[in-house]
Structure formats: structure tokens, C-alpha cells
Design a protein around this ligand. Sequence first.
Ligand code: DCM
Ligand code: MG
Length: 224
Amino acid sequence: MLAPQDFQTFVFLDLESTGLPPDRPRIAELCLFAVHRRSLLQQPPLDAAGPPRLPRILDQLTLCVDPLQPFTPGAADITGLSRQGLEENGKQGLDQAVARALEGFLARQATPLCLVAHNGFAYDFPLLRTELARVGAELPPGSGCLDTLRAMKELGLGGPGGYGLGALFRGLFGKDPDKAHSAEGDVRTLLALFLAKAPQLMGWAARKARAWEDLPPMYPPSAQ
Ligand code: DCM
Ligand code: MG
């Protein structure tokens, strides 16, 4: 459990991978946008015609990595990624260099920080834990984790199509999100949703964010 707190930075995260939890997926792409709370709350009024403009001041990190195992057909289909394509583009696995890049990126942000992912409790946070444990890396102690799927459900903020990322976006803004199932596209969608409900979601985070170190890995890191 984390003590209630006002997070200074929200780090929006999305992972693309080789499949779903029963397939013991490996990460193939990660994207993080780090935004200070000030930039989340000081938004121009929502434009009725569509999603909000994203904040001008944000840091972003997007990386593709060789997952070292094949994609399931479903994952290959929705992401447009393949092991062969990543190999042919000279990508390395999620190694020490990636862990250092991630650590350096997060170390630059004002603390305390809160990671944000849609369905993050069941998918992104546990999978990232597994992959970082594999290379002996960790995130900053005391980092919070906010799952916007859980939070939107508990806050009763769903749309007619339910609580999926795309359905929430369509319900709020009346159009399909761009570049679904690319890590950066999904982070942009997530950030747009967050901006539309920022006070409620930041309140939920202050009370109910879980500690990174309390979230279990998706599967033991030694398993392939
Ligand atoms: N995924 C999958 N099949 C789905 C949905 C997701 O295999 N129907 C896996 C592959 C994706 C990852 O989960 O890279 C993350 O999902 P998303 O693209 O929605 O962020
Ligand atoms: Mg995604």
C-alpha cells in the first residue's frame, strides 16, 4: 500500500508484446510519456469537435526491442510487428541498455511519480516487472501505479461501448483513436482520456495507486 499522496509526474505507459498473459509474452515495443501534474491540470477547455490537445511540455521515450520469441498470430496482426522485422532492423533484446535508458528517463522526472497504463494492473505493470527482473533492473522505489481501466470503472466513467481504451475514446470524442496497438498511439489515446478526466483520475491515484514493488511479475523471469 502507498500512503495517499499528490504525485508530481504521471508517466503514461503502453507496451506492445508477442501475446497475452497465458502465452508468457515478451515486450517488443514500449512507449512512455512523462507529464508534470501542472501540465495535466492547466488545459485549455475541451474542444467539442474532438480530443484535447496534448500538453506541449512532455518527455517521451519510445523503443522497439527484439522479443526473442515469435508473436502469436493475433499479436502480429494487431501490432503489425514481427520478430523477423525487428531482427532485420537490427534491434537488440530488452537488455541493460534499455533498462539504463528507462532508469535515466524516469530519474529526470519530478517525484513522486505515478505510472499510468490502461489495464496496467493485469498487463503492462506485471509484464514490465518480469522483463526488468530478467535484467536485474527496477523502477524507482515508491513509484505509484494507476490502472485507468480499474479507475474509470470505479469512478463510473465508462461510455456506451464499455471500458476498453478505444471504446472510452470513441465515447468521449466521437471518433476512433489513431494508431491503435502501436505503443505511442496507445499512449496518446491514454493521455487524451486522462486529460478529459484529470481531476477525478488524479484524485483516484492519490488514494488508490498501488506501489510498483507490490505488483507481482506476470510470470517468473527465468521462464522463456
Ligand atoms: N494482445 C494480443 N491480443 C489482443 C490484444 C492484445 O495478443 N487481442 C497483446 C499484444 C499487444 C499487447 O497485448 O501488443 C498490448 O495490447 P494493446 O496493443 O492493446 O496495448
Ligand atoms: Mg498498446
